[in-house]
Design a protein around this ligand. Sequence first.
Ligand SMILES: C[S@@+](CC[C@H](N)C(=O)[O-])C[C@H]1O[C@@H](n2cnc3c(N)ncnc32)[C@H](O)[C@@H]1O
Length: 211
Amino acid sequence: MQESDDSVKFTKSEAQDYWKSPNDGANNPLEYIVDSERLRERNALLLSVFEKHVDREDAILEIGCNAGRNLHNLWAAGYRNLSAVELSEPAIEVMKQHLPSVYRDSKITIGAIEDVIKTISSKRYDVIFSMAVMIHLPPESEWIFKEIARRAKKKIIVFEGEGGEDISVRHFPRNYKRIFTRLKRPQIEQIWPAPGLPRSYVCRVFGPRPE
Ligand SMILES: C[S@@+](CC[C@H](N)C(=O)[O-])C[C@H]1O[C@@H](n2cnc3c(N)ncnc32)[C@H](O)[C@@H]1O
């Protein structure tokens, strides 16, 4: 059986168990905050997209912040209304130890986005974004895209895998242009290739629902 066969893919609970504490030697939270050329490129991409599309005072929610590298870069660039939802408690412990200022100044919720999204008021966030997180959400979790589309007042920004490269039982590539435009969020920018990310990743920015 091929790895991409849906029957061998992770279920939602298998995916969440994996990310709560990755046990295959990959995805140690420290890997997400090391200084490397690849991560420097991702950081520069994130900041250039935010510089163009997000105001410093906007309320921002990151889905899947891991040890907080993206939040730290935004914080250092002057974005201070930062929140995140992250499944992995060990990753948040790493943030507490290594990036204490951004941990202190951000509102972090430990939990699965599937459990948290409905508790978020539709007035709370201007911008909701994710980097390499939605690719780990199985088909059972796809209902959250509609909830995100309802809750991001100004922008939705994704840096997510859409193609066939880097596929395993825990990768679920999908076309986010199709998903969010169907939810009446027009795409206003697309960046591909996305520097620092694998070639199957696309950065997409979606604007507000037309009046
Ligand atoms: C590949 S890492 C990317 C981390 C970070 N966004 C970055 O760019 O460095 C995926 C992250 O998403 C988190 N995650 C996966 N599924 C999640 C879910 N259902 N709810 C919240 N976080 C989740 C994982 O724990 C992990 O921290």
